[in-house]
Design a protein around this ligand. Structure first.
Ligand code: LCS
Length: 396
């Protein structure tokens, strides 16, 4: 079996990158659980050390199972090449550290995953790299924040945890007209819902821990973009900081990916039903779900996403206390961080995932004390609604 360039996305999700093991014919790919690869002679060893394209040598530089995952993700995102890391955070930090140098400036959205915020606002500053945080959902804010030394525009869409959207086409245009690289964390979308490179974005990042794996049993991070940039990241910050994915984790993610479309379809269907239920509930103040016409960027979502995803944020009329009661009383939803699992997960960003961010910044990013984040799983929507209903009953 060989790849057909006309395959549609769902066929690529199932079939891309592995066309049967050449030695055994196994349809599931083998796991190369190996650290070392023998070289033919000293010159061959030197060539492989110098350039990864000359062959495997040591798994910290890359392994065959990792290559499979990278090839599949590059195909799904319509990118030239990809790199796989041990976590999403490893992918983000290695990418930024490869591109940025002392004296550079970043424009980043104020609503990003807390570790990304921490990295830019506390760690990179130690190395002379400054970040201006703005609301990228208004492109004028980005244009105003750009400086002479701006190297990167960085954002998430949909953003964690408020499910705010950023216009991919607009950001790409701003970047291209000023020679600034655009990087999007597309974790909430997954390649099933949006393919940012098609809009002109330079680099796409995923926490593969979420929808790519899908089962809450493996961590990983993926970066997709131009081959020369991926080569530079491998050579500089993957190899030398060491956040490479293990062969087994790469294999688990490759397996998880095969059902991405099936899981995402159900995540989207369920989230739409749950969002409608929440929006009609008297104890709910506001629901943020891109699929609802009430979402301020519903129109943009319809333009740049194929469906609206599994992530919902909502605020209760009773604020923090009501949120706490709700979360302490759900029975089917797990009270847990992370997202994108087949199981429904509920959490409170202000006190859990985004606890490290100063209150003022949290409020600027829309992370109020009463905001609840729901990662809708693939259970029966009726059961999920029943669970939320009984827990809302108890809240004041
Ligand atoms: N990007 C986004 C949008 C995320 O939501 C996360 C993790 C990361 C990057 C980092 O990926 P990791 O290193 O964990 O694979 N988000 C989490 C969350 O909302 N709760 O727990 C983790």
């Amino acid at each position: 079996m060989e790849k057909d360039k006309n395959w549609k996305l769902k066929t690529k999700i199932v079939r891309a990158a592995h066309y049967g093991c050449p030695q055994t014919g196994s349809i599931a790919p083998p796991i190369y659980q190996a650290v070392n690869f023998k070289v033919d002679n000293v010159d061959d060893g030197a060539d492989r050390c110098r350039n990864f394209d000359n062959g495997y040598i040591y798994t910290r530089l890359g392994s065959p199972t990792q290559t499979l995952l990278e090839a599949k993700m590059a195909e799904l995102e319509n990118g030239e090449a990809a790199l796989a890391f041990t976590t999403g955070v490893a992918a983000i930090t290695a990418t930024l550290m490869c591109i940025l140098k002392q004296g550079d400036h970043v424009v980043a959205d104020g609503t990003v995953y807390s570790a990304t915020n921490y990295f830019l606002s506390n760690l990179m500053t130690d190395y002379g790299i400054e970040t201006t945080f703005v609301d990228c959902s208004n492109p004028d804010n980005v244009k105003k924040a750009v400086k002479e030394n701006t190297k990167i525009i960085y954002f998430e869409t949909p953003a964690n945890p408020t499910v705010k959207l950023v216009d991919l086409k607009e950001m790409a245009a701003i970047g291209k007209s000023r020679g600034i690289m655009t990087i999007v964390d597309s974790t909430f979308g997954s390649p099933y819902l949006q393919r940012p490179l098609d809009f002109g974005i330079d680099v796409v990042i995923h926490s593969a821990t979420k929808y790519i794996g899908g089962h809450g049993d493996v961590m990983g991070g993926i970066v997709i973009g131009k081959k020369d940039l991926m080569d530079a990241i491998r050579d500089k910050t993957l190899k030398n900081l060491g956040g490479v994915i293990s062969p087994f984790d790469a294999w688990l993610l490759f397996r998880g990916l095969k059902t991405l479309h099936l899981r995402m379809q159900r995540h989207c269907e369920n989230a739409m039903e749950v969002a409608k239920f929440l929006e009609g509930h008297p104890k709910v103040e506001r629901v943020f779900y891109p699929g609802l016409p009430s979402h301020p960027q519903h129109e943009l979502a319809s333009k740049q996403m194929d469906d609206f995803g599994g992530m919902i944020a909502f605020e209760l009329k009773g604020g923090f206390e009501a949120g706490k009661t709700l979360m302490n009383n759900v029975k089917l939803c797990w009270l847990a961080v992370s997202l994108g699992d087949v199981d429904t997960l509920i959490q409170h960003p202000a006190s859990m995932t985004h606890v490290y961010i100063p209150q003022e910044e949290k409020l600027k990013a829309g992370i109020t004390d009463g905001l609840v984040r729901l990662s809708v799983g693939v259970e029966d929507a009726e059961d999920l609604i029943k669970d939320l209903e009984q827990a809302l009953e108890i809240t004041k």
